[in-house]
Design a protein around this ligand. Structure first.
Ligand code: GUN
Length: 309
């Protein structure tokens, strides 16, 4: 059997389109333009690439993008002062501080300083708490994007066994909460889990979010399962030439695709969904902050756009 590939790129492009339509409606009926502020401290090359694409996509969706690039030596106090300014800025609906931050800055203190209502990364403890207690919240982008792919693939998930490998605040924990809210039976597995292979083999939905290349083997996958690979690992690729690299996931794709029912590739699976979800979160934050009705049900809007081609 060969799994159906879940085309995250096509789905993300449908989601961006749905967000852009919603932004246009909001502008026309309420006369404001949602704005996203992205803060980058230091010169991490991968982060620079992400931040540049976030800015480009934000503008493409019809929203304002405010980029703040600070030197690596920026003090925590200076960063906190910038965040306070963005909290107070009426033109800013969403604030994202790109992680990782330099070591001399306390990440938790910075995340806690962001207004929860502008926290489009969903990393503030208030949003994590709202999500864990089933209240409307801003949800971290990668988990939210992964759920959209799952909903489009599986429809209702009631009663399914979901195993999330990885317990990070950015992905594993919030994704487990979302799966629970979708009535799955959820297991969070991690580096200390006993007999990880057999835990994974129970899963109708298997999510890999550990950051270890090719860790999940084909024989760990239950036949027909839906596999969501959140990993983005850069590994040497001497076959492409000296010093070249390539991106691979946490799942051994070549093995798993012969067992799974549906699987996300890397690249082109969950990755493209992250920025699309950020745009959706920014619009949601903008409307909630003004007491306006929630934007469209994006899961439904995307599914429709995908069906329409
Ligand atoms: N670095 C890698 N992924 C993310 C993300 O989703 N949000 C932020 N703020 N930083 C990241």
């Amino acid at each position: 059997m060969t799994a159906t590939i879940i085309d995250g790129k096509a789905f993300a492009s449908a989601l961006c389109k749905a967000v852009a339509q919603s932004v246009a409606e909001v502008k026309a009926s309420h006369g404001f333009t949602p704005g996203l502020a992205v803060v980058l401290v230091g010169e991490d090359p991968a982060s620079q690439v992400y931040v540049a694409s976030k800015g480009r996509e934000t503008i493409a969706a019809g929203m304002n993008s405010f980029e703040h690039k600070l030197p690596a030596e920026t003090s925590e106090a200076e960063l906190l002062a910038l965040v306070a300014g963005l909290n107070a800025d009426e033109a800013v609906d969403g604030i994202l501080v790109q992680l990782p931050l330099p070591k001399h800055i306390d990440t938790n203190r910075v995340l806690a300083a962001i207004s929860p209502d502008k926290d489009v990364d969903g990393l503030h403890v208030v949003n994590a708490g709202r999500l864990a207690t089933g209240q409307p919240s801003l949800v971290p982008c990668t988990p939210w994007g992964s759920m959209l792919l799952l909903k489009a693939t599986l429809g209702k998930m009631t009663g399914l066994e979901a195993v999330v490998v990885g317990r990070s605040n950015l992905v594993g924990r919030p994704l487990a909460q979302l799966l629970l809210a979708a009535d799955c039976t959820v297991t969070i597995a991690h580096s200390r889990t006993r007999d990880l292979a057999s835990v994974c083999r129970r899963a109708d939905i298997l999510v890999a979010a550990v950051g270890r290349p090719h860790m999940i083997r084909g024989e760990w996958v239950k036949p027909g399962a839906t596999v969501i690979d959140v990993g983005i690992n850069r590994i040497p690729a001497p076959e492409r030439g000296e010093g070249k690299t390539r991106l691979v996931g946490d799942v051994d794709f070549a093995e798993a695709k012969d067992v799974a029912g549906h699987i996300t590739p890397v690249p082109g699976g969950v990755g493209p969904m992250t920025i699309a979800s950020l745009l959706a979160n920014t619009l949601t934050a903008a409307t909630r902050r003004r007491g306006l009705p929630e934007p469209t049900d994006f899961a439904e809007a995307c599914a429709e756009l995908m069906r329409a081609g």
